[in-house]
Design a protein around this ligand. Structure first.
Ligand code: CA
Length: 137
């Protein structure tokens, strides 16, 4: 069970090592009413997801210390984090990478440069779906 939290805003964990992209994402997410957490490498991402259980993870693939695909696989393997929706955000546009992303359990996949309104729409959709899942459980 979640601990009582007076702040009802959803928390989005941005996993990204490029400061410019982090700033851009954080700006738009906060403006859309989300709280933002950030990890700049794969290991920190795992720890943050386990400790703080964000409502959704935006996951870059090319990360220091641990590749995004490994991060995704580990998060989706653990009962602690497997229900957190993961949207991969990456410059890799090849079909192989996309398929690998889905193969490791990612819920969605957005390629850079992304359209921020599309990304926000996808985030809202996944948050809604995961809320529906957890209220049925
Ligand atoms: Ca990167």
């Amino acid at each position: 069970m979640k601990s009582p939290n007076t702040d009802a805003r959803k928390v989005i964990l941005i996993v990204e090592d490029e400061p410019d992209v982090v700033r851009l994402l954080a700006f738009h997410l906060q403006r859309a009413g989300y709280r933002v957490a950030h990890a700049s490498d794969g290991l920190t991402a795992i720890n943050q997801a386990f400790d703080h259980k964000p409502d959704l993870v935006l996951l870059d693939l090319m990360l220091p210390k641990l590749h995004g695909l490994e991060v995704c696989r580990l998060l989706k393997q653990s009962p602690v984090s497997r229900n957190i929706p993961i949207i991969m955000v990456t410059a890799l546009t090849g079909l192989d990478d996309k398929l690998k992303g889905f193969g490791c359990g990612a819920d969605d996949y957005v390629t850079k440069p992304f359209e921020i309104r599309e990304l926000l729409a996808r985030i809202a959709q996944h948050l809604q779906a995961s809320e529906a899942r957890s209220s049925r459980a």
